[in-house]
Design a protein around this ligand. Sequence first.
Ligand code: KG4
Ligand code: ZN
Length: 344
Amino acid sequence: MKDSVNILGIETSCDETAAAIVRNGSQVLSSVVSSQIALHQKYGGVVPEIASRAHIEKIYPIVEEALAQSGIDKKEIDAVAIANQPGLTVALIVGLTAAKTLAMALRKPLIAINHIHAHLQSAMMDVQDLQLPAVALVVSGGHSSLYQCENILDLHLLGSTIDDAAGEAFDKVASILNLSYPGGPSIEKAAKDGNPNAIHFPRTMLGKDSLDFSFSGLKTAVLYHCCGQDMKGESRVAQMSPKEIADIAASFQAAVIDVLVRKTQMAADKFKAKTILLGGGVAANTLLRMELEEMASSTNRTLLVAPKKYCTDNAVMVASLAYQKFKANMFADMSLEAKAGCDD
Ligand code: KG4
Ligand code: ZN
């Protein structure tokens, strides 16, 4: 194999149009992310048709920019990688079509990437010897999943959300509290001035040994807290003091993190994990990082966590994981399809 492998990664699974060029899996030559937050903000969530149209407008300029920033010529690209699952089909398909077109035009192989697995790759981009066994937590707007990890190409799903994902719960609770979208960063900011013990919101653990997650009951508890149990009353949020909002945000955040840390510890104990991996948009949350770090170090484990800039959607994670597939000769062909769900 060549000494130097340059992979162009493309990401359009939700509301970020991103392209990156990564050399040998960890040397980031360029990373460009165009966020559509401003377009979706007034709807309080991502509108698929708006996302798709924005990807169409942005994808080629973003790829051009990634090429220009990388300082390499497009002839030096060795493969084109695309996150083709999971995500919004109408959004995925834009990046997939662009990736196929570029692969054909450049006469380079195409590599299919699972977006969730790529989030985990962000946590181990610079890791040479992963201490096994390892368990991995991915928490994003669409997923809350626990994996047993043999290596990044060999992940076994242990549990996932049965209703709302962790990030989705942050987004919905932010909307209940009239905080801006995306909800994660605004809840985190509001929670800084709040008391996490002010309100005891439920921690849904499901069965005793379950490694699945459920956050919709927690979201409903916040809604009842703000609107009354019978939901007949008007929301009190507009009349609440900033301190009251901060207490709700902090108590909600504590409940989500409590469940995430407890379930991750259960999985780590079950599989005698030496390493815990953390990735996905919610992994940008400082309290979650701190509490998982505390749990890991008190149980003699190493926590590997994605750098904050690569927690939310980006294409570096796509190009980086693609290098592992490139080395393993795992290429896709032009029949590759976009999939809303996840194969594993
Ligand atoms: O991974 P990501 O960019 O997109 C998906 O794959 O879904 O994750 C986006 C999610 C959003 O729900 C957002 O509210 C959440 O990650 N998020 C956070 C934080 N930053 C982003 N949640 C909690 N705390 C944060 N600091
Ligand atoms: Zn994501």
